[in-house]
Every structure is written in C-alpha cells, then in structure tokens.
Design a protein around this ligand. Sequence first.
Ligand code: SAJ
Length: 409
Amino acid sequence: MIDRVNVIGLGYIGLPTALILSASNVEVVGTDLNQEKIENLQSGVLTFVENGLEDLFVQARTNNIEFSTTVQVADVYIIAVPTPFNKITKKVEAGYISEAVGSVVQVAPDNAIIVVESTVSPGTIDTSVRPIVDKKNREANTHISIAHAPERIIPGSMIKELKENNRTIGADTPEISEQIKLLYSRFCSGEITTTDIRTAELSKVVENAYRDINIAYANELVKICREAGVDVRELIRIANKHPRVNILNPGPGVGGHCISVDPWFLVGDYPGLANIVLAARKINDSMPEYVLMRIREIMDAEGIKSVTRIGLYGLTYKENVDDIRESPTRQLLQCMHEHLAEGIKVYDPYITTDVVENQYHQLDAFLNDIDMVVIMVAHNEISENTSKLKDHIVLDTRAALNGMAKYDL
Ligand code: SAJ
C-alpha cells in the first residue's frame, strides 16, 4: 500500500508531478537541495510558469503538501533530478541521480520503491542506481526496489499531458510494476504499459530522437528548397496531405533540455550505429548558423549596414514557455560572437531578468531601436501584435505571422 511519496528534484518535471500526486490525495513531500526554492514553495511562490500549474499548486497546498531540503521517510521515492550530458563524450552524467539515490537509501524503509523519472541512457540504472540499492539491501537486509517511469510531458501543456499521456513503467518484477502503475493511475488516465527497466530507458530516448529526426528532415528541406526556389512551408503542407506523411515544422534550431540532448545519448553509447540520429543532430545544430547566413543575405538585400539595427525576437527554446536551456537564440548569439558580429538586440516577454547583452524588456522599446526583426520564437505576443511590425523588415523563422513576413528561412 502506497501512502506517502517523496518526490526528489522539484524542477520542470518533479514539481508538477509532486503537485498532481498531492492534488490526487496522495501524501506528498517534495524535496530539493535548493533552499531558496523550498522557501519559495513553502510560502506559496511557484518557481516557474506553466499553464495550469498555479491551480494545481493551490489544490496541493490545500492537501498539505510538504516541502523540504532533505529526503524523508516514504513508501515511494520519485527521482526527477537533472541528467546533464557531457558535451565531449556525449554520454549522460548520472551524478545527480546517484547522489539522490544515495540519500534515499539512508532513510528508505524496507520494501520502499525508488522510481527514476529523469531521462537516462539505456543501462544507466544498472550502472548508477542498482549498485547503491543492492548494497543497502545486502547490508541492511531490506527489499528496496527500483523502477523507471520516464516522463513524457511537453512544456506548455504539461498538466494536461500529465493527466492524459500514455506512460511506460519499467521494473524488475510485475508486482513492482503494478504497484507503481496503480500510483500513477491516481492522476493519469492514459494507457500505462509495463515492461523491463532497460526497455523503458531506451523507449524515452528513442521517442525524443524520433522527433529530432523528423524536425531535422524539415530543416534539411529548408536548405534544399532554398536551392530549388520552392516555398518550403507550401511543400510541407502539400506533402502532409498524404495519409502517411507528417513532416514537422522547420525552424531556427532545436532547443530545450530534451530533444536537443537525449539523442546524443544514443550517439555516445552506440557510436557507428546511431547514424541517422547523429545526422539529425548535426542538421538541427546547423540551423542557428543558417539563420545567421539568412540575416547577412537580407542585410545585403535591404542595405542594412550594422547588426545593431537588428533584433532577435524570443530567447526561450520554444513558444510561450520561460525556459532558455539550449535555446536556438542563444546558439545564434554564440555564433555571432564567434564571427565578431556583436551588438544585435534581443527581447523576450517571458525573460524578465537580463541574461544576454543588449536585452530589452518591452516590445515597443525593442522595436523602436531596430529596422529588422528576426522572429526566433512564436510567442503568442508577436502574432497578436503584427500591426507593430508594419514598418519593419521581418525574417520569420517560425512562420509565426502566417506568411505575412517578407522573409522566411
Ligand atoms: N521544434 C521545431 N519544429 C517542430 C517542433 C519543435 O523546430 O515542429 C523545436 C522547438 O521549437 C524546440 C525543440 O524543437 O526548440 C523541442 O521542442 P518540442 O516541443 O518538440 O519538445 P520538448 O523538448 O519541449 O519536449 C519533448 C517532448 N518529446 C516528444 O514529443 C517526443 C516531450 O513529450 C518530452 O517529455 C520532453 O521532450 C522531455 O522532457 O523529454
């Protein structure tokens, strides 16, 4: 019987998961090492913006959710800590997971279950989690189990997807899978498939690589269409009328901490085998530089002499979120820096603190100081303010203005 759950790591995945469990009448403690975050949550302040998160927070607080900087005694531990990837070896760094599991086994009672939600590359649980749990079980004669329930929710629609998405649960025995399945069914109406841990690990990475490959195809078509003199968006619209074709949208690059990172785990672990995956990563990573090339072409065509008269609209990795991890705009700024093209202006309605140089916090002030806007992110704000762009030259890398901009990718 699962009465009490301790969610460890209260970031983009752990926090909504802790809140939804609590709102579903499970007794929940949320743990994070970051004291300031815990103090904020304890005093009712959310740590990031997401549709529906505020309401869930209110319900969880009504149900007396607790927040703590330490791991607590519980029946189930859900680990949702970051899994950075090493940019050189292209492998996952499981240090935060091992650390979290190390603290869990110090307080976990007999028969507790540790569920890893963080994305890992196949085999990570065997190498970085199992030895810690096995040692504890041997030394203390306990029966702590491990499961893997990779998260699948998409920023911007996290709460809806937490409730509705199908899920995968990997465990060593059907009994453990069933217990965790029952726990997740408290809030998840999607189909919950149970399998072994290795398959669950691989499924998550494979799903994100699939999306990366599909976006890379669209981005490759951008380059082919520029050579062919064809409108890429029209081409994709037509191709997608085929009942078995569904090409995604091209854009200025792929960001975020998921799609742009997880496929590398396959490349790092299976060099020489993950060939399409590697090609897709390279294509998507080439897009910020491609946008820079387009900016130069347009500057020449329009007689714009200095990049200081150009502004990048959007800093986040995608529309209507406040997450700037691996964002194409930051990749583009890095490219410009390498080419000594400094002074471009930047604005994003979701980023209220200064994170890059020449950053603006008001759309009007930003537009006043530039002649050309490069739409890097399709926040709703920009499509709702198209009239403000009528005197600007616009390069719309996201088709945010539905074909009204003079320039596309
Ligand atoms: N993008 C495009 N074209 C598209 C779709 C996306 O250029 O047609 C870009 C976005 O602008 C963004 C990047 O790709 O820069 C990734 O965005 P996304 O919306 O595709 O995905 P994420 O990273 O927000 O969330 C993904 C989801 N995975 C899949 O759809 C297979 C989500 O379900 C996962 O939970 C999440 O990764 C994760 O945490 O792994």
